[in-house]
Design a protein around this ligand. Structure first.
Ligand code: COA
Length: 201
């Protein structure tokens, strides 16, 4: 595998890949001061003509930056699923996505491209998680939830069944969402309430 982004999130993806006996060949990063990450060479900015048979994952936690970086990538994308994740056989997972340690994906759920299902997150039956979304560590999506493109479900948040979380919305850490969340809304608390709009998307 090739990674793009030598961040803390990349360390977790490397751990995930190593656990599934997939080696990481090299990491691209725009920061020229970075030389290696967990002993893997960091080889500078992304090169469209870098010769390799390995697929690539954009290993950046920020949804908007991950989205921007994919616009330049020409290599095919890989997928990383930690062996401790429990993924029902009916689940579909798009290119460039990662399902990290201990995550659970239940029946008939669809995960888009370049999605992060982070450590210990739980996504129940019949959910749809859009491209570039991030379900952070320990978050819980009940059944039938739709998470639109680029939304962040913060660590430990709970989303009640059959709700829609709008594109590039942010659900704060620990929030309990009981109503649909509009596009770009930032929601915190229990019950979740909108405090502002996400202007970074
Ligand atoms: C919701 C969030 C995005 C807001 O961040 P921000 O835009 O920097 O907002 P601020 O820190 O200025 O907080 C704004 C207000 O919301 C409150 N607030 C922020 N996050 C909150 C949260 N998770 N739960 C409850 N209240 C929260 C603040 O106390 C503040 O209240 P005040 O105006 O009464 O003082 C952020 O706090 C958060 O929860 N991010 C999710 C992080 C996460 O889980 N990442 C995954 C990493 S793997």
């Amino acid at each position: 595998m090739l990674l793009y982004g030598a961040s803390g999130h990349a360390k977790v993806i490397i751990s995930c890949l190593h656990a599934s006996r997939t080696s990481v060949e090299a990491i691209f990063d725009d920061d020229l001061r970075k030389e290696s990450l967990l002993t893997i060479p960091v080889i500078g900015p992304y090169q469209t003509d870098y010769e390799s048979n390995a697929p690539l994952i954009v290993a950046v936690g920020d949804n908007a930056i991950r989205h921007r970086l994919t616009q330049t990538v020409r290599h095919p994308y890989g997928i990383a699923i930690h062996p401790s994740a429990q993924v029902d056989s009916s689940v579909q997972i798009g290119a460039g996505s990662v399902v990290l340690h201990g995550a659970i994906l239940q029946a008939d759920t669809r995960i888009g491209s370049h999605v992060i299902i982070n450590t210990g997150a739980s996504v129940d039956h019949d959910c749809a998680v859009g491209d570039f979304a991030h379900v952070a560590p320990g978050a819980v999506l009940c059944g039938g939830i739709r998470v639109e493109t680029g939304a962040l479900i913060g660590a430990g948040a709970v989303i009640c069944p059959n709700l829609n979380i709008g594109k590039w919305a942010i659900v704060g850490a620990g929030a309990v969402v009981i109503r649909p969340v509009p596009d770009y809304a930032v929601v915190v608390g229990n019950p979740g309430r909108i405090i502002k709009l996400n202007k970074t998307a």
